[in-house]
Design a protein around this ligand. Structure first.
Ligand code: GLA
Length: 383
């Protein structure tokens, strides 16, 4: 996909509306290094914002409507009345994010102001790199700039998540919105999803992040995702807890055979993944490559065997990267699962051998076409 910039999106606005925009804002997508399906269990995650974004160029309007044009959907447009009760549009899924964000911001007391908005993104859509969270965070930045209202980055993330949960109909956790809002350049963010506190963990200067899109279209994401959530809630309820954060690993292991096997395995993934995420943050902060490689490998196995969210092509991709890295590259599936991307972290000099192995072997072994995306840990929309 063609890379965009503030200047390019400003030109696109001008070509469409015939005047220059007031400003251009952007919000990044993300790659999660480790900590999968832990966010909605009050656990730990370690994502980085990446150098691929949703951009919005905008200018004020005299009335109280938003006139939104979407570059990635052939300049399709939508008009949103800021004072109306928002209704889902069954035909236009992209504009529902705008309506959902407006609805949640109005609920939180934001007055908002009318504007012309031109939205354009260079995130690979459908890859599981959070293009929707980046759209929500870019919208909140654009809308608060237009109205001159202040917003806290964590509040912005919560409003984006609420738009997904209450309006779009996706029961996601807080990770994607929070990292898109608060990401930091050259660092991953260790997020405690229980209290939403964050700690920047610098990525060593000579290491790089390689994302490989498996070419497997993510199927059944929503139904499988919601089912995993329910299974985790059931496991927590067995211990009389609201979330799995309140259950200790020893306690869970002692209940093997008493708790049904599926709930037991789902919970074992979450609780061991929380510990691996803390270990990964420690390893990253000390440039301990073998420590990071070990926990990323275990994370993938746990997602494959206990949480059952990988697919065969993704497992093959991780095997190719692991073999090519020779112990010097951590790799695992990243994101919600059932297709999407694999992430690898390795010293810069190891990256070419990873890329070469994927190009030589992956399509021949799986029939799927990979896309290699070199990513840099980047600043969030409000950082
Ligand atoms: C999706 C959700 C996140 C998180 C991940 C899995 O990206 O949006 O909240 O649950 O899946 O870690």
């Amino acid at each position: 996909m063609k890379t965009l910039s503030n200047a390019r999106v400003s030109e696109l606005f001008e070509a469409h509306f015939g005047v220059a925009p007031q400003a251009v804002v952007k919000a990044p997508g993300r790659v999660n290094l480790i900590g999968e399906h832990t966010d909605y269990n009050g656990g730990f995650v370690l994502p980085a914002a990446i150098n691929y974004h949703t951009y919005i160029a905008f200018a004020p309007r005299a009335d109280r409507s938003l006139n939104v044009v979407a570059y990635n959907f052939d300049n399709a447009s939508a008009s949103v009345d800021l004072d109306a009760q928002q209704q889902q549009d069954a035909n236009e899924s992209w504009s529902n994010y705008v309506r959902g964000v407006v609805q949640e911001m109005r609920k939180q007391g934001f007055k908002l102001a009318g504007g012309d908005l031109y939205v354009a993104g260079d995130l690979h859509s459908g890859a599981g790199l959070s293009s929707s969270a980046s759209l929500e965070m870019a919208l909140i930045r654009a809308l608060t700039t237009l109205s001159g209202e202040a917003v806290d980055p964590t509040q912005a993330a919560l409003m984006g998540q609420a738009a997904e949960n209450n309006f779009v109909g996706c029961n996601c956790g807080i990770m994607d919105q929070l990292i898109s809002a608060r990401g930091q350049e050259h660092a991953a963010l260790l997020i405690d999803c229980e209290d939403l506190s964050t700690r920047a963990v610098p990525v060593p200067a000579d290491w790089e992040i390689l994302i490989v899109h498996s070419g497997v279209k993510r199927g059944l994401v929503d139904s499988e995702y919601n089912q995993r959530r329910q299974q985790c809630e059931q496991a927590a309820a067995f211990f009389g807890q609201q979330s799995l954060r309140g259950v200790a690993l020893d306690q869970l292991l002692a209940a093997e055979g008493k708790l049904d096997d599926l709930s037991f395995r789902r919970a074992r993934h979450v609780l061991t993944e929380n510990q691996r995420t803390l270990d990964a943050a420690e390893a990253l902060s000390k440039s301990d490559l073998s420590g990071l490689v070990k926990v990323m490998k275990e994370s993938h196995i746990s997602m494959r065997d206990d949480f059952s969210i990988t697919v065969p092509a993704i497992d093959t991709l991780v095997e190719i990267l692991t073999a090519a890295g020779g112990g010097k590259a951590g790799s695992r599936m990243t994101g919600g699962g059932f297709g999407g991307c694999v992430v690898a972290v390795a010293p810069a000099e190891v990256i070419p051998q990873l890329a070469a192995a994927v190009e030589a072997q992956y399509q021949a072994k799986t029939g799927c076409v990979p896309t290699l995306i070199l990513a840099k840990a980047s600043a969030g929309a409000f950082s």
